[in-house]
Design a protein around this ligand. Structure first.
Ligand SMILES: [Zn+2]
Length: 327
């Protein structure tokens, strides 16, 4: 299956100003009061620029994405505290899911292909297992329970808005992800449902470990109790550097795998120069090696990247889960 590409890159290309973020220009003014400037609060565009977001989701769907993520990477009370918009969290998540659903229904009306809304749950801007203060290694800026409560509010919103999948992504601290997993099961119980969970870690340096120090195999053993629909990697170093880590994961996990790298490494200006064909040909290599069940793109990937990836991996069979592992 094909996953979509980056929201941030597409939003950047709209060149939105403060009044666009706040909604004063579009007439969709956010009903939640805040005195903070909102430029850069991409999640708020769910409430203030819903049409623009729906078009981005629609473009990714028509480019070949079967699974499209909500624009809710930072829609938790913890991440929205930077913008004074903690009270908007339920609306951001429910509306975020509804916008994707509308875009996908339009695409399906054209080509008849079913498509799925993945509710995006980001890592937040805090880390539960590391201290941000080098002189006080025991200090934590956030606890497991803080994260559990914040994620719970986000996930209940995503479910209320009709998400088909919960996507816990860009995991740099596995303890944060474990709080999100716990919150998923609490939310599923409250809603009397059980959605598939996708979990995606991020290898942040050349030593092949997450920020909290785990190898891909250790990461898998830390999250497998969630019985996730997929486990994989996203973001960080681009496809070339991700390949050995995906190969390690694909060899140990007894569920489906998912990879969505950035469009290469960022340049000096923080932009991604790797073109659609370059990203796609590398991911075709992943598929040929039998490493992939779900594939898409992260930072810097556009609808053209997703179209190229979908075409490049099409000749190859999805990875098979080894029977002795599945048993
Ligand atoms: Zn990324």
């Amino acid at each position: 299956m094909i996953l979509d590409g980056a929201m941030g890159t597409q939003i950047q290309s709209l060149h939105l100003a403060e009044e666009d973020y706040a909604g004063t220009a579009s007439g969709h003014v956010c009903r939640h009061h805040t005195d903070h400037p909102q430029k850069g609060n991409n999640d708020l565009l769910i409430l203030t620029q819903p049409k623009a977001l729906e078009e981005i989701h629609f473009d990714f769907a028509m480019a070949g994405a079967d699974i499209v993520e909500t624009n809710t990477f930072s829609a938790t009370t913890i991440a929205q505290a930077d913008y004074g918009l903690q009270a908007a969290v339920p609306d951001l998540n429910a509306e975020g899911a509804r916008i994707v659903r509308r875009a996908l229904d339009r695409a399906t009306a054209i080509d008849g292909k079913p498509r799925y809304v993945a509710g995006a749950v980001g890592p937040t801007n805090r880390t539960a297992s590391l201290s941000p203060d080098v002189s006080d290694p025991g200090f934590r800026a956030v606890t497991f329970d803080d994260l559990r409560v914040a994620y719970g509010e986000q996930i209940r919103g995503l479910i209320a808005g009709g998400a088909d999948i919960i996507m816990i992504e860009t995991v740099f601290d596995t303890l944060n992800a474990k709080a999100a997993i716990f919150a998923c099961f609490e939310a599923f119980e409250a809603h009397g449902t059980r959605l598939p969970i996708m979990i995606s870690g991020t290898i942040t340096d050349a030593s092949g470990r997450t920020l909290s120090g785990q190898t891909p195999t250790a990461f898998w053993h830390s999250v497998k109790h969630a019985r996730p629909f997929t486990v994989g990697l996203n973001c960080a170093l681009g496809a070339a550097a991700m390949r050995p880590h995906m190969a390690e994961l694909a060899a140990v996990v007894d569920t489906f795998t998912c990879a969505y790298p950035n469009a290469g490494l960022p340049n000096a200006f923080g932009q991604y120069d790797e073109g659609p064909e370059a990203t796609a040909s590398q991911l075709a290599g992943f598929a040929e090696e039998g490493l992939l069940n779900v594939v898409g793109g992260c930072c810097g990937t556009t609808p053209d990247h997703i179209r190229a990836i979908a075409e490049a991996v099409a000749p190859f069979a999805p990875r098979k889960i080894r029977q002795e592992e599945a048993a």
